[in-house]
Design a protein around this ligand. Structure first.
Ligand code: 5GP
Ligand code: MG
Length: 180
């Protein structure tokens, strides 16, 4: 598994120190408010666990399962895998995702949630990829900006593998070819 990684972008210790800062910012912004955190699965499960344990506010958590990638390419079509979600009428919703690329996923989810009576909807991502074109949505909280490369680890997969790597890294060409 480790031999498939060309370059490590962020070690676990780097990620955790950045999450301390991000959690502090979120805690300050949401103090006194009723938050529901919605984590977008599967990619954000590690990020969610580490981030939420650093936010000392009363909050509720739900998960939403969607998919738009096949291998290293976005299919451009966001599929929802479940239909009912926590009731967030009169609550502030914080959406968590692993990585913001084209923004299509977060845009589709925001559209779906915005009619359901939330007081506010903000988004928080671990990684934001550099893109050439204008994104449909940006994120309110970003842990790290990265170049436009396909990354795995710390929850992110390539065809469902590599999610358990403790760091974020770039896959090498051989590993990508094997998975195609
Ligand atoms: P978007 O809809 O913003 O184009 O893509 C967001 C979703 O695509 C993310 O939630 C993630 O699942 C997947 N994705 C985008 N870029 C990468 C990447 O570099 N690595 C992995 N593993 N998934 C990615
Ligand atoms: Mg994902």
């Amino acid at each position: 598994m480790l031999e498939d990684i060309r370059k490590i972008l962020f070690h676990e210790s780097t990620i955790l120190s950045r999450l301390d800062e991000l959690a502090h910012e979120i805690t300050t912004d949401y103090r006194g408010k009723d938050i529901t955190v919605i984590a977008i699965l599967n990619g954000s499960f590690v990020f969610m666990a580490d981030l939420l344990r650093r936010i000392p506010l009363p909050l509720q958590v739900d998960c939403l399962s969607v998919s738009s990638y096949h291998g290293t390419e976005s299919t451009g079509h966001v599929k929802f895998r479940q239909s009912d979600l926590a009731n967030f009428r009169d609550r502030h919703v914080l959406l968590l995702d692993d990585i913001l690329d084209s923004g299509r996923t977060l845009h589709a989810i925001r559209e779906r949630l915005s009619s359901d009576g939330a007081l506010s909807i903000r988004t928080c991502v671990l990684l934001r990829k550099q893109v050439e074109s204008v994104r449909e949505v940006d994120a309110d909280y970003v842990a790290f900006d990265i170049p436009n490369e396909f990354v795995v680890g710390y929850g992110l997969d390539y065809n469902e593998d590599y999610r358990n790597l403790p760091f974020v890294g770039v896959l090498n060409e051989d590993a990508i070819r094997r998975g195609q």
